[in-house]
Design a protein around this ligand. Sequence first.
Ligand SMILES: [Ca+2]
Length: 517
Amino acid sequence: MIFSQSIEESAKIRQKPYIAEPFIKRWLEMEASSITSKSLVMKLIKSIGVCSLFFLLLLSCGYGPPKEQTNAAAKKQQVRPNVIVILIDDAGYVDFGFMGSKNLPTPEIDKLAKSGAIFTDAHVSATVCAPSRAGLMAGQYQQRTGFEANGTGGMGLSDDAITLADVFKTNSYNTYALGKWHLGDDPSDHPNQRGFDEFYGFLAGSRSYFPLKKPSVNRMLQHNGEQVIFEGYMTDVLGDQAVKFATESVQEEQPFFMYLAFNAVHTPMEAKTEDLQRFEGHPRQELAAMTWSLDENVGKLRQALAGMGELDNTLIFFLSDNGGAGNNTSSGGPLKGWKGNKFEGGHRVPFTISWPGLIPENQVFDGLTSSLDIFTTATAAADLSIPKEHIVDGVNLLPFLTGEKSGDPHAALFWRKLEEGAARVGDYKWITVEAYGSVLYNLAEDIGEHNDLSSNNTSENEQLSRQYKDWEDKMKPPRWEEGESWMKVTRHIHESLMENKTPAYTDPGGLKRATLR
Ligand SMILES: [Ca+2]
């Protein structure tokens, strides 16, 4: 059997100190030999630079190649990369082979990760689905446009927000959105109105993985507004359509931007019979089977790109939209908390970037990184300019992955959803709950966020709370809030975890039972 970890063992791992180090070490050991080849690549890039200069000098002296050759070279230089963002839903920090999972096999996603860089300290800008997607899509803290709470308040993305798809579409890219949208129900929020030529997915935050007899408009699978009657399993359907769009674009000789938002591994916990059989007896059978299907479909897309000779020319981001959820058996490993809260388990996510044509393979990157960087990195890769009026909070990560820069892309990151907020500055993490208090952790020593240092480290405490306030001053108030019961549950979870206690309830049903007791 490829899996052997029991739930008890998994629970023990949760108690252990940071385990990311051993897997990083293992990766580094495995790939020690590649350091030489990386150096060679860098030398090659440098030497190509020198050669290009020499070539330009020759041209200026009239010693150029025949005209056909010049045109061919110019055409090659004009090749613009395809960009794919694979966003998965509610997956745990360590629930992939490349993040150290021993019992959730993901051979295809591991290949993708190994072909580029694995990020160990990457964070999404929100700990729940909708605002996290809003941040990624606009490349700015979603609070800048008041998109702070989950759900979409019937409003969704601000009409002023510029999306990543808008920028690519303006620059003649084919733009595709697939899968879960969750960025608003208003006709003005529809992906076709937000920069996407094609939308093949559903508007709601979740739905069954299998065909529904009478789906609501939000839950129906649709292609540009028209219902699609499908057979089979949603993850396969989305994977097949991704291959179809990519193939069409390559045949048209048009570069494409694809936002591929699988709803896996969000609830409902539904998997194909053959995948459930593969993992019979597994302590997390449904999750393992759903993850396996996700893996197959990521592999399917990569193989299609490789078959068309496009892999080297395709920049692929892969990440989860928030931390592992409390209701899908996912695991954050050594991290405290889960989806919906401001501890690391809520917002530190599995994250990889691959672009074989530019980024050296087998990298592990430990710098502080954000999902907001996807906008900046993707547009930089395609050499597209961002409209001046659009504020971006991300950093271009490419120089960090080609060796031109090192260290942390971000000096600080911030989070806020209604009554709870957090700041990360260097190794320190500060979490606050309105009208309750705050805690301070040193993540370098305490990745599990157990030891509150707020009373001993007064200067750091003051510094982080001040920086958080400065950041808040630049944000707008939330345009909508969440239901009272979820507000109470979220507050209770935060207060309990701040005191290192197990929450008495973690959802509105539990709150109701606790109140009746
Ligand atoms: Ca999610």
